[in-house]
Design a binder for this molecule. Structure first.
Ligand SMILES: CC(C)(COP(=O)(O)OP(=O)(O)OC[C@H]1O[C@@H](n2cnc3c(N)ncnc32)[C@H](O)[C@@H]1OP(=O)(O)O)[C@@H](O)C(=O)NCCC(=O)NCCS
Length: 165
């Protein structure tokens, strides 16, 4: 189904974002969080993103949020202020239908408009679709870190991909 639309974040999206992220925290090493943040923590995080004016995009179908994407500072130190890191998460039932591509395309446009000059994607190395979607948009592999995350009793590598905006 392609009857989704992209729109800005609203506070009523917090429960859906919390639920979507919890799935990936609890069941995958895509994120290195091991405890899922609750709705209060998610609301605080998004308040911070909005305060900074950073791009935040919601994908919804029939009024229901099914995914989200944002770009924010790669690192907090001031010299990094033109470099962002992206995050894209879809409801697991919604993957593989082009929604991620639509979100990343819009996120790139909004990140350019914001003034970011470089975007980094920090990805658990064996996540083929996440690496693939970034490469499809021209991101290049620029870094590889071995065994930096321990989750589910396994050491995980990460790959850094970068796109000049
Ligand atoms: C990563 C994610 C956002 C992608 O969104 P999606 O809607 O599933 O992906 P789309 O259908 O829009 O596009 C998939 C693209 O990724 C690439 N891709 C998908 N599966 C792939 C695979 N197994 N190997 C390589 N590339 C792959 C392809 O380029 C594909 O586009 P194409 O089919 O037109 O060539 C989504 O799957 C997701 O939320 N995954 C879990 C969370 C996550 O990994 N987030 C990224 C870390 S921040």
């Amino acid at each position: 189904m392609s009857d989704f639309r992209l729109r800005p974040f609203e506070w009523s999206d917090v429960p859906a974002i919390t639920r979507i992220y919890r799935h990936y925290v609890d069941h995958t090493a895509i994120t290195f969080d091991t405890e899922a943040p609750d709705e209060t923590a998610i609301a605080e995080k998004y308040a911070g993103l909005l305060r900074l004016g950073h791009p935040v995009i919601i994908a919804e179908r029939a009024g229901k949020p099914i995914g989200y994407a944002y770009a924010s500072f790669y690192r907090p130190r001031a010299a990094y202020r033109f470099t962002c890191e992206d995050s894209l998460y879809l409801d697991p039932a919604e993957t593989g239908r082009g929604i991620g591509k639509a979100m990343l395309s819009e996120l790139l446009a909004q990140s350019r408009a914001f003034g970011f000059k470089q975007m980094l994607a920090v990805i658990t190395a064996d996540t083929a679709n996440s690496v693939g979607i970034h490469e499809r948009f021209g991101f290049r592999r620029v870094g590889y870190y071995e065994a930096v995350g321990l989750k589910f009793d396994r050491w995980h590598d990460i790959v850094h991909l970068q796109l000049a905006l």
